[in-house]
Design a protein. Structure first.
Length: 217
């Protein structure tokens, strides 16, 4: 297990998770895929309320085996996009609401997202301005992943729901935002991504973050 720590791994996360011991992860923080390839994404220029576009996201989801492993290996979980997986998740009173600060009159995208958590605390809300994949990222660089999430969102989650030196797992790493956030917050991490393109881009992003920290010392 040590060979995976503080690394972004190229693999199917199910294969890796099956190698990890029970309760070996302090916090799982991830954003699993859902609604991949839905045709409404291609119709965004014609989107308007009541347009009748199919908004059923229940296809192309990961299956329950992934969630079985997630709950076996992790003590606590924060799962964004979990509203598309409620049939696999226990009832919780501890959702996180992410307010993206979007003007609904100017975008077809959601104004907010929600994350399911395993914690027994009241629902929380965080505001982090985010305008989607075509905008510049937090560092002024173009986002590297179509579903990239802001580092600030994840540093907030880590500050509220974990402690220093905890081991964090992101099993659908994508752009590597969780890896960068964990590095900034002095958490150990394991990040897994099966698309080689994004593994290479996110590894480069993480190395740039590490180099920046060294240069600032």
């Amino acid at each position: 297990m040590d060979k995976y720590i503080n690394q972004i791994i190229h693999a199917d996360c199910l294969d890796v998770m099956m190698q990890l011991p029970d309760n070996s992860i302090d916090l799982l923080l991830t954003d699993p895929p859902y609604g991949i390839g839905k045709s409404w994404m291609k119709q965004k220029n014609t989107y308007h309320y009541g347009a009748g576009i199919d908004m059923d996201w229940n296809d192309n989801r990961i299956n329950k085996k992934y969630f079985d492993e997630i709950f076996r290996i992790s003590k606590n979980q924060i799962i964004f996009g979990a509203n598309y997986y409620t049939d696999f998740l226990p009832i919780t009173n501890s959702w996180i609401v992410w307010d993206k600060g979007r003007n609904v009159e100017k975008t077809f995208m959601s104004e907010c997202e929600v994350a399911w958590t395993s914690f027994q605390i009241p629902m929380r809300k965080i505001f982090v301005q985010w305008d989607g994949p075509k905008k510049q990222g937090e560092t002024g660089k173009k986002n590297i992943h179509p579903y990239q999430r802001p580092i600030l969102l994840y540093t907030w989650c880590l500050s509220k729901y974990s402690k220093e030196n905890d081991l964090i797992l992101d099993c659908f790493s994508g752009s590597g935002s969780v890896a960068v956030a964990a590095h900034r917050m002095n958490r150990r991490f394991i990040c897994i991504e099966k698309e080689l393109k994004y593994v290479e881009l996110s590894q480069k992003r993480l190395e740039e973050e590490r180099l920046q920290v060294v240069m600032n010392i």
